[in-house]
Write a protein that binds this ligand. Structure first.
Ligand code: FAD
Length: 389
C-alpha cells in the first residue's frame, strides 16, 4: 500500500497528527494497537489533561473542540502556587490577561474519543486497528513499514507517535536521555468540603508537588507526586487514612476531602530522544519526550509538536513547495527539539528547587514566589507559558 504519511500510534498525539495531515490533503495511514478506551460519563478517566489555550485553538480548527465541549470539560480561571514555607501564594488570574479562563481540565478518554471519531469519519485516512508496527526501514525517498498482520506500507513520511516505549524509536536505534525520578504520581478524584473556585492549585512539598484541579462543582482531580515507597504506602491505606494524609499535605486548603474513585499511580520519568527526525521518520509526543507531570504539560507538549508540524506543512503549501520536503521537516525537528528540551529542563529545575527540604532552597523559593507575584512582566510571562499564548 502506498501513502503520503503513515502514523504509528493513535493516542491523543497520533490521532491529532493523522487528522491534521489529512486536512492538508495528504493521504494518511494510521496504525494503532488498540481502539481507545471509551469515555464514560459515570466513571471519569483518572488521567486528566490541563489543556492549554493554544492547543484548544488547534482542536477548534480541526472541528473536535466543539464535540469535546459538550462532553465534560471544566474551565479554570486561576492558578495558585504555594509551598510549605512561603504562606503567600503566587496567583494567576485569567482576568489579569483579559481572558475568561486559562485552560480546561479534560479527561484523556474524552479527548481520544472525539479525535478517534473524527479520524474514522475522515476520507483521507485509512485505519489499521488493531495492528502493530513490526519493522521499519527509512530510505532516501520512502519509508517501508511492516505490520504484525503482514500488511506492508510504503510512505513518503512516517510518524512515530507510539508513546514513551516507542517501537519506532527503538527500530531506528535513537538513543534517549532517561532520568527516573524514583517517584510516582498518584491520581484520583476527591470531593472537597470547600469550593475550588475554578482554580488549579499546586502545593510544593519537600516530597514532590501536589495538584488539585477543578473537575466539577464539588470534585477535584488530584495529581500527587511522591517517592515510590511513600506512594506505595498511601495507595495501600484505607480511603479515610489516605484522605487524612492528603488533607495534611494540602494544608486543608479546600477543607476535608473524601475519596470518590479508585487510586492509580504512574512512574515519573524524564525521557528525551536524542533527535526528533531521522531521515523520513519523525518522533512526536511521548515517543520524543516525557516530562515531569508537575505542570500537566505532557499532552500539551505533544500537541504543540503537531501544531508546529501543521505550520511547516502550511508554509510549504503556500509557497507551492512539497509539505513533506526535507528542509522544512529539518527546521521543524530542530525547533521542536529545543522547545521540548527547554520545557523538560524548566520543569525539572522547578521541581528540584521547590521539592527540596534544604534550608537555603526553602528561603530562595519563598522569595521567588513573592517576587513572581509582584513583578507584573514576570507574571505575564508565566501566564503565557501556562496558556501557550
Ligand atoms: C496516569 C497518568 C496520568 C497523567 N496525567 C497527565 C496530566 O495530568 N497532564 C498531562 O499533560 N499529561 C499527563 N500524563 C501524560 C500523558 O498522558 C502523556 O504525555 C500523553 O498520553 C502522551 O500522548 P501520546 O499520544 O504521545 O502517547 P500515548 O498516549 O502513550 O499513545 C501512544 C499510542 O501508541 C500505541 N502504540 C504503542 N506501540 C505501538 C505499536 N508498536 N504499533 C501501533 N501502536 C502502538 C498505543 O496503543 C497508544 O495508543 C499522564 C499519564 C498517565 C499514565
Amino acid at each position: 500500500m502506498n501513502t503520503d504519511v503513515v502514523v504509528i500510534g493513535g493516542g491523543a498525539v497520533g490521532l491529532c497528527t493523522a487528522l491534521m495531515a489529512a486536512r492538508q490533503n495528504l493521504r494518511v495511514v494510521l496504525v494503532e494497537a488498540h481502539e481507545p478506551k471509551a469515555w464514560q460519563k459515570e466513571q471519569p478517566d483518572l488521567r486528566v489533561v490541563a489543556l492549554a489555550l493554544d492547543n484548544q485553538a488547534m482542536l477548534e480548527t480541526l472541528g473536535v473542540w466543539q464535540k469535546l465541549k459538550v462532553m465534560h470539560v471544566r474551565a479554570y480561571s486561576a492558578m495558585q502556587v504555594f509551598d510549605e514555607i512561603e504562606p503567600a501564594p503566587l496567583c494567576f488570574q485569567a482576568a489579569d490577561s483579559g481572558r475568561d479562563y486559562l485552560g480546561h481540565i479534560i479527561e484523556n478518554t474524552a479527548l481520544t474519543e472525539v479525535l478517534w471519531q473524527a479520524v474514522v469519519a475522515e476520507k483521507n485516512i485509512t485505519l489499521h486497528c488493531p495492528d502493530k508496527l513490526e519493522a521499519l526501514q527509512s530510505g532516501p525517498d520512502f519509508v517501508h513499514v511492516v505490520l504484525r498482520s503482514g500488511t506492508e506500507i510504503q510512505a513518503r513520511l512516517a510518524i512515530g507517535a507510539d508513546g514513551a516505549a516507542s517501537k519506532v524509536r527503538e527500530l531506528l536505534a535513537i538513543e534517549t536521555d532517561l532520568h527516573d525520578y524514583g517517584q510516582k504520581g498518584i491520581v484520583a478524584f476527591v470531593e472537597t468540603e470547600r469550593f475550588h473556585a475554578n482554580t488549579a492549585w499546586q502545593r510544593f512539598l519537600s516530597t514532590g508537588p501536589l495538584a488539585f484541579l477543578p473537575f466539577s462543582d464539588t470534585v477535584c482531580s488530584i495529581v500527587w507526586s511522591l517517592p515510590n515507597t511513600q506512594a506505595d504506602t498511601l495507595l495501600a491505606q484505607t480511603p479515610e487514612a489516605f484522605c487524612q494524609a492528603l488533607d495534611s499535605a494540602f494544608a486543608g486548603t479546600l477543607g476535608k476531602t473524601s475519596l470518590i474513585s479508585e487510586r492509580a499511580a504512574f512512574p515519573l520519568k524524564r525521557q528525551l530522544a536524542s533527535r526528533m527526525r531521522q531521515g523520513r521518520v519523525l518522533l512526536l509526543g511521548d515517543a520524543a519526550h516525557s516530562v515531569h507531570p508537575l505542570a500537566g504539560q505532557g499532552v500539551n507538549l505533544g500537541l504543540r509538536d503537531v501544531r508546529a508540524l501543521q505550520k511547516a506543512f502550511e508554509k510549504a503549501l503556500v509557497t507551492g513547495g512539497d509539505p513533506i520536503g526535507m528542509r522544512q521537516l529539518d527546521v521543524w525537528a530542530r525547533q521542536c527539539y529545543s522547545d521540548n528540551a527547554m520545557a523538560a529542563l524548566v520543569f525539572e529545575n522547578i521541581n528540584r528547587v521547590f521539592s527540596n527540604d534544604s534550608m537555603a532552597l526553602g528561603l530562595m523559593r519563598g522569595r521567588l514566589l513573592g517576587l513572581a507575584n509582584r513583578i507584573s512582566p514576570l507574571k505575564a510571562q508565566m501566564i503565557r507559558l501556562a496558556t501557550g499564548l
